[in-house]
Design a protein around this ligand. Sequence first.
Ligand SMILES: *[C@@H]1O[C@H](CO)[C@@H](O)[C@H](O)[C@H]1NC(C)=O
Length: 461
Amino acid sequence: MSMERICVFVCGVLLLMSTASVGWEQKHDYKLALSTSLLFFEGQRSGKLPPNQRLTWRKDSALRDGQEGGVDLTGGYYDAGDNVKYSFPMAFTATMLAWSIIEFGDGMAMGNEWINAAEALRWNTDFLLKATAHLPNTVYAMVGNPNSDHICWERPEDMETPRPVYAVNTAHPGSEVAGEIAAALAAASIAFKTYDAAYSQRLLSKAKQAYYFANTYQGSYNDSIGYAVCPFYCDFSGYHDELAWGGAWLNKATNSKKYQNHVDTAIRKMKLMQEEGTNYIDTEFSWDNKHAGTYVLLSQIGQYEKEAQTFACAVLPESPTRTVKYTPARQTITCGNTQFPPWKLVEFAKNQADYILGTNPLGMSYMVGYGPKFPQHVHHRAASLPSVNAHPSFIACGDGFSYLNRPNPNMNELTGAIVGGPNSGTDNFADDRRQSAQTEPTTYVNAPFVGVFAYFVNHKK
Ligand SMILES: *[C@@H]1O[C@H](CO)[C@@H](O)[C@H](O)[C@H]1NC(C)=O
């Protein structure tokens, strides 16, 4: 995971920690940034597309997903530039979209982006409901085979590679994937509460069931289906963070303390793992590591505030206890040893967001379709190949590689995609489709950005 990706999560989490209501000079059109960032999710859609699909160069795909396991697993999102569906990062994407709506939804009402954000979330949670339709015993964790997928450079609409399904169950558990799904469904139930009360209820009852499964049958999906999910979305940080995070979201969704014992137990185990050195320091908040997010979420109700602050001091650029590295043009903010004013967090988040929107030495916006200069060679199968509109006939697995390797810009604009960005150590960026670390977008990077942009829509000078 590149620094840029880390920043995105950090930005959102820092905004959540700050209760400052300050005005800021608007360097960018955050309303446009918000609406653009939401379009990206339509480019990642799998399954049957609705009539109001706005990225019209994408078409129906993977309509038989799940069939190899005798279940329906159509829909959901392709995670990044390939055509595989992974429930673990997909669920985290949903949790981040839901959190964005819950905290910063008031910045989305302008221009109806609230509805677009809610529908981006629903596309995800509809899939998560299918992935958990066979509880109490089974949760589906992945559709498609990354190895057979990656040997092709193919439009999802043309896919004919095997679409095996991988599940965790009571005998072969997966507490991280089930715990994250529980977090996602619980968070989404809050986001949908007034907009669609019946759906919200469905999400919440499924969240409870998923959490029960995750917590009762403890184990990592590394050990159950690691041959399939590793090394792509292997669980590195263990599953206690998902049990803490999922429990914290369920407490919030049920407006109770019913899950508090589970939360405290999981956090104790997280800390033990860190002391034993089998777990790393919290310098990022990501699809894998939810320590910081859990602490920040709990700090909102007065719990684990010290831990939340430790995270902020590990990431703020001039903090004496900083452990995160930044590219040179980003070193602008200070952090006190223990206390720092909340507006510093907002300023930090804004500088990072502005950097990604083009306030950087290259003047390059790292979000496709925003600003005068943005990446043209996004590492993405569907976007790089001609659309089915332009080229209706089939393009076979290996025949697409000429589109990966040629210097021409992508055939289709994957509007709203936030790419990996500059390489760490410098502010340079190679707009090269073959350098996936720099030019590949992911759903779980865009999702927290939705909240960051919405915040700045509502906080201007
Ligand atoms: C999962 O596998 C990775 C790679 O082998 C390893 O680093 C990690 O510790 C494992 N996680 C768990 C929870 O077992």
